[in-house]
Design a binder for this molecule. Sequence first.
Ligand SMILES: [Zn+2]
Ligand SMILES: [Zn+2]
Length: 263
Amino acid sequence: MINICPLFSGSSGNSTYIEVNGTGILLDAGVSMKRIITALQRIGKSGSDLSALLITHEHIDHIQSLGAIARKFKIPVYATVNTWRTMYKSLGKIEKSQIKPVYEGQTETIGDLRFVAFSIPHDAAEPVGYTFSDGEKKLTVATDIGEMNDKVFLSLSGSDGILLEANHDIDMLLGGAYPYPLKKRIRGKYGHLSNDEAAATCARLVTLGTKTILLGHLSAENNSPEAALKTVSGSISDTGAQIGKDVYLDVILREQERELQTI
Ligand SMILES: [Zn+2]
Ligand SMILES: [Zn+2]
């Protein structure tokens, strides 16, 4: 079984704790180390329980305390080669032995936890999502996605649990206060996934057997937890699946005291 606890989610910072048989990793470190450690303590974990840090891409809401955590806990940090190239100089000193490149489609193993990176369309150097496995269950995390393409969908499909981006409600975004270029970036192929796109994806995944759906990276300005849940639950219900019975659906708030959840 795979345990997951999203600690922070959204453009103000992302970090998720994932664990298989006592091997824990942190996926992204987009808020201060102090806040991450406090959030870990809340679920009965400490920094020394971390076996690795995995990074999706170099945007600051994913790497703010990467350097600090790497130095403090001396753990390996996994990121794609071009992500390393882009962020390396901004991180402060990191030991060479801690720098671990990940390659799309290549399985890495830490303890009983396996993970594979897959590329995602987003305006970063070489952004990826990750699929985690304990050999039996599959958990996929995909946020910061401009559009749902075949490659991302293929990685998500067959997952028992997913953490998927539901960034914005299109009407709220277009009618909102953001300047036009920013609206265009968010809507673009390399921006962020809308509630509608997340809903269509979730409906397809549910028919393929996905049982746990967590929606994350919600925009504070252009979305609401209610809007995201309503849109996604509507599409899932259209498949005939019952929310709460056949499928667990929840939205991850920006900063929320969540429990460790088993997939
Ligand atoms: Zn982000
Ligand atoms: Zn990003």
